[in-house]
Write a protein that binds this ligand. Sequence first.
Ligand code: HEM
Length: 466
Amino acid sequence: ATISPIPQPPTLPIVGNAHLVDKDLPINTFVNLAKQYGPIYQLTFPGPRTSIFASSLELVDQLCDQKRFRKNPKGVLKEVRHLVGDGLFTAFHGEAAWDIAHRVLVPAFGPAKIRGMFGSMADITSQLVGKWERFGPDYVIDANEDFTRLTFDVITLCAMSYRLNSFYSLEMSPFIKAMSSYLVECGNRARRPGFMQTYFSRTANVQFEADKKIMLDLTHEIIEKRKANIKAGPNDLLQLMLTSRDPVTGLGMSDENIASNLVTFLIAGHETTSGLLSFAVCHLLDNPSAYAKVRTEVDTVLRGEPIRPEHLGKLTYITAVLRETLRLRPPLPIFTVESVAEEEIVTCEGKQYIIPRDASTNVFVTQLHKDTSVWGEDAEVFRPERMLNGGFERAPVNAWKPWGNGSRACIGRPLAWQEALITLACVFQKFDLVHNDPAYQLSYKYTLTVKPRDFFIRAIPRPGAP
Ligand code: HEM
């Protein structure tokens, strides 16, 4: 069969296609290029490095075959390794530390363990609700900030029994500021030629190191405190990492790998979940009928009482809202694989293309989730009903990939899910949420994840709410 060249926009010397990429919102460039060049296209970055973007179900079905393709960090994720090394998220394919940490940590995300986190999650949620109640209906809430306080406090409390008390401070935690600027710089580094990195990015490099230090200092503080009192330590993720042995090799996790995974949880554990919550609220405010159904469900299921674990399984409509939000606004818009063999041939719309192993092959989830052959002509519309009555289960297995793929898919899924359900139920039980600016138009803020930009709301206490 004949092989076709992968479509690509014209390149410039040295920078390749890097000049095309919007510095603030790379994702917009990638969406526009997908509209222009179709379900597969490629860009060249300094290095030179080739990035292939795939966005149809036909292609993603092939890229999610773990016998042919696997995760192996390159580009941006390789830059993030400066901070989190061989932690779960950024481990290279075949790195021994991944296998050990994965086997040690998977049980910590089982149903009973997640259920055990219910009280901590409800505790932090009550702090968010308490803040909004006390500030009152005229207070303008930066939704991203308060959802980030919530998810950050939840992950530190659930994973390491550490209270950050973010709701008692008007400033965001220094860790969060450092993390945003660090992740943005990782993206910049991945698009910069090497000589510019060394000679022309001194200020950025100093900031990069300073941000890294802030994050590692907090992590080491938490680890040292626990080690000092390890016998009396609570039964959480940190304790598990410090005390467990891998059932296969009999080895424990190294101190360095524990620190890497702790920072990994701090980052991966909150940034995405807070994006999911902001997007969900934003879509509900723009969809009065979906909003009304959420509220009816909360009132019927909770009956004016504080949320309990047994309520969660009954929140069917909110579950559909979360699934639909992850479809239309996946907080991680892209995940990246490489071919297992030196090269692989993929088929797309009757044509064949070569995927070399050294390319970064991006599953462009944001575009995949708008495939009209799966979701219909209204794929761009927020409509939770499409996820109800078996709609979600009927979708092809690789059509909805907000958690990544296979053995490298998100380990934190059940934690994020329970947290999101509790938060939405408690917030809509207590408040009538409104846009602060009724003319607000959703646009993106980008670090490595996406969130709604400048999204401000007000929370009006509901009469008669418990
Ligand atoms: C991996 C999404 C919440 C920890 C991933 C990946 C995605 C993802 C797409 C795969 C990345 C890749 O292939 O490169 C999300 C979303 C979340 C969320 C959308 C919330 C809505 C969480 C939480 C935690 C977490 C709460 C921690 C408790 C991780 C870790 C990995 C991962 C450790 C790496 C797994 C591995 O490779 O072994 N996540 N995540 N995530 N996530 Fe999440």
